[in-house]
Design a protein around this ligand. Structure first.
Ligand code: DGP
Length: 114
């Protein structure tokens, strides 16, 4: 794999991030460019570039991203709801090639997305 992604460098503690959760499978940290009062990225520690590279062996890890999202939604007090977003590829607006779930909350979010 050519060069580490910025998220792999965060996992490896080579660059700082505001980490809000970590376990053996995943890491969650504040987005550098928040689009809502709560904007956290939940990422697998395994390097999966995008949903387009997901395999059955990743199912346990990807399921963990959702249980962590629920836990963080509760911890951040998002009782009115929140949005989970996974961008995939160029047309999906993905800019970092390490699969990640955006957790956005604490404001009403419009639909459909742009
Ligand atoms: P996406 O467009 O779905 O690939 O989202 C990538 C997100 O990553 C974007 O919202 C900004 C965020 N981001 C990019 N670089 C960094 C960084 O170095 N630190 C943090 N915390 N977030 C970053």
């Amino acid at each position: 794999m050519a060069g580490k992604t910025i998220f792999k460098r965060i996992i490896d503690r080579e660059i700082p991030a505001n980490i809000v959760y970590e376990d053996e499978l995943c890491l969650a940290f504040r987005d550098l460019h928040p689009q809502a009062p709560v904007h956290v990225l939940i990422i697998p520690k395994t390097e999966i570039p995008s949903v387009a590279q997901v395999e059955p062996e990743h199912e346990a890890t990807l399921g963990r991203l959702f249980t962590v999202a629920r836990k963080l939604g509760e911890e951040f007090g998002l009782s009115d709801g929140y949005r989970l977003v996974v961008n995939c590829g160029k047309d999906g607006g993905q800019t970092v090639d390490h699969l990640h779930v955006h957790l956005l909350g604490q404001r009403a979010l419009a639909w459909p997305p742009g």
